[in-house]
Design a binder for this molecule. Structure first.
Ligand code: BT5
Length: 316
């Protein structure tokens, strides 16, 4: 943050919850009103919740809950204030030789990625946008496939237990509460058909967003932990705990396979037993989702009573 930025912030903090005019700030700091506005915009991008009213002025509504860089450094988690996508940074680090379980978190992503070229909204000050590098040594690409389901199972189990929320998995990688998306997973792989070089597991979890923070595109389909629990959550602590749970899970998955996670996935899912339509680039299928196989495929009983296995796609 530049000098003017920290001075504007200082004044807003000293007046927490109160509106102070742009004119006052500008005369105290001896900078122009447009310079004040510029700093306010920059602070907002960092995650400070500052309201602006055209006649009366600016108000820092509450102390922001920003990621604690020192605590993250102590846990060897790589922090960036703003990146295009943590998955992209993770790819770069992995190419440079970063060890397995290297984790990168950003306060904000400028072009957060979903699957199939979709985008992931990642504003500052509200979510956990992070990626973990996983370097399995004993897994073939085929055997590693369920890693996204393992991630979903661990997240659902951890979040339901910790926040007493019905966090449910929609096959394969959506986490929802009450039918609204709270988290998504994007797994990317580098390797060839026989061998994995590394996997990047990217997780986006909405934490402290309020209803008014959700951009219009996702306002009706998304939710956050704070919206569901009514409490403001310490993201740094949540990240450290989640990462711990995930790393333990990846080690176990590599040693023992998908079986124990399959049970957890099944316990927390909303897809099995439903009539579903699954689509993927180039095809689609309608039927009853009857089972999750040992290797993470979804078994669909189609209208002719035939069982078909699907390992990738979109459920509706
Ligand atoms: C996903 O894709 O759900 C995977 C999202 C992974 C995001 C993480 S953040 C850290 C890492 N770095 C990245 O660049 N990405 C990963 P998909 O199933 O394709 O869902 C995308 C759809 O979810 C969008 O088209 C929107 O409808 C919706 N969406 C976008 N942002 C959202 C948000 N913040 N909360 C809820 N839904 C959202």
């Amino acid at each position: 943050m530049n000098h003017n930025g920290s001075r504007v912030l200082e004044i807003l903090k000293a007046n927490l919850g109160k509106t102070i005019s742009g004119e006052t700030i500008s005369s105290v700091l001896e900078i122009s009103r447009s310079a004040v506005w510029k700093q306010v915009k920059a602070l907002r991008e960092k995650g400070y919740r500052i309201s602006a009213r055209s006649r009366s002025g600016y108000c820092l509504e509450e102390e922001p809950e920003l990621l604690d860089q020192n605590a993250l450094a102590e846990m060897a988690i790589i922090y960036r204030e703003s990146v295009e996508s943590t998955n992209l940074v993770a790819h770069r680090l992995a190419e440079e030789g970063a060890p397995g379980f290297t984790t990168i978190i950003a306060e904000r992503q400028l072009s957060g990625r979903g699957r199939l070229g979709r985008s992931w909204f990642s504003p500052a000050g509200s979510g956990l946008w992070f990626s973990v590098i996983f370097r399995p040594t004993a897994l073939t690409p085929a055997a590693a496939r369920p890693v996204t389901l393992v991630t979903a199972a661990v997240l659902a189990d951890y979040l339901s237990g910790t926040f007493k929320l019905p966090v449910q998995i929609k096959w394969p990688n959506d986490l929802q509460v009450g039918g609204k998306k709270i988290a998504g997973i994007l797994t990317e792989v580098k390797g060839d058909l026989d061998r994995i070089d590394y996997l990047i597991i990217g997780i986006g979890l909405n934490v402290n967003q309020k209803t008014e923070d959700l951009s219009t595109e996702i306002a009706t389909v998304a939710t956050s932990l704070a919206m569901e629990t009514g409490i403001k959550i310490k993201r740094t602590e949540l990240l450290i705990n989640l990462r711990h749970a995930l790393i333990r899970a990846y080690k176990l998955f590599e040693e023992e396979g998908f079986t124990s996670f399959r049970q957890i996935w099944i316990k927390n899912n909303i897809t099995l037993g439903q009539q579903v339509n699954i689509s993927w680039p180039g095809g689609s299928l309608t039927g009853l989702a009857t089972e999750l196989t040992n290797d993470g495929q979804l078994a669909i009983k189609d209208d002719y009573g035939q069982i078909r296995l699907v390992s990738y796609g979109e459920v509706s």
